[in-house]
Design a protein around this ligand. Structure first.
Ligand code: TMP
Length: 207
């Protein structure tokens, strides 16, 4: 039997945009419609990728290119073991961050050449069908991150200039690929965020 291709949905945005809650809400809504949904995240999603996540979010010094290659090492394992097999079974895969985060954080944020990240994206060779960019005004994002309990990780510890570059990066990536990206107003309730995403998925299916 020929493999049926499922739907690959990714969620992107800065810190505190509510991606994880949105991803869970979207999964529940699509399952209620009878779809088989796999929810996963990056960096992570497999034992190897979660081990790399611990290294990436820890405080061991790593130059930006090393961080980039580690994000893609985690991604390669995740794509081959989890994402591609689920899509081949015709499932919906919702991934909390994917390669656009590397372009935004490591290229726009940390100055790794965009062409280096683009070369790694070509190696991975799996493009999301739909990418939601959760937009949140900077002050709101900062307030949400500040209210979170626990220690900050490598990226959360970066300064306001870095986050401004990351957000500008996401907007520039989205503007270059309007067919794949949908902007989501994240300055609202989780229910309304899920409703915006479902409307965009339905609109795409009806095209
Ligand atoms: P999160 O689980 O809070 O989204 O944490 C992941 C962190 O890693 C977040 O600060 C964004 C960062 N990140 C990158 O810098 N590059 C990447 O490619 C990915 C997937 C995440």
């Amino acid at each position: 039997m020929t493999a049926r291709h499922g739907l690959f949905i990714t969620l992107e945005g800065g810190e505190g945009a509510g991606k994880s809650t949105a991803a869970q809400g979207l999964k529940a809504a699509m399952e209620a419609e009878g779809q088989s949904v796999l929810l996963t995240r990056e960096p992570g999603g497999t034992a190897g990728a979660e081990a790399i996540r611990t290294l990436l979010l820890g405080d061991v010094p790593l130059v930006p290119l090393a961080q980039t290659m580690l994000h893609f090492a985690a991604r390669a394992d995740h794509v081959e073991r989890i994402i591609r097999p689920a899509l081949d079974e015709g499932r919906v895969v919702i991934c909390d961050r994917f390669y656009d985060s590397t372009m935004a954080y490591q290229a726009f944020g940390l100055g790794v050449p965009m062409e280096s990240v683009a070369a790694l994206i070509r190696l991975i060779d799996l493009r999301p069908d739909i990418t939601f960019l959760l937009d949140l005004p900077e002050e709101l994002a900062r307030a949400r991150v500040a209210s979170r309990a626990g220690a900050t990780d490598r990226y959360e510890a970066m300064g306001a200039d870095f986050f401004a570059r990351v957000i500008a990066g996401f907007h520039s990536i989205a503007a270059a690929q309007p067919g794949r990206f949908t902007h989501i107003n994240a300055a609202t309730t989780p229910e309304q965020i899920v409703a915006q995403m479902r409307a965009a998925i339905r609109a795409r299916a009806g095209r």
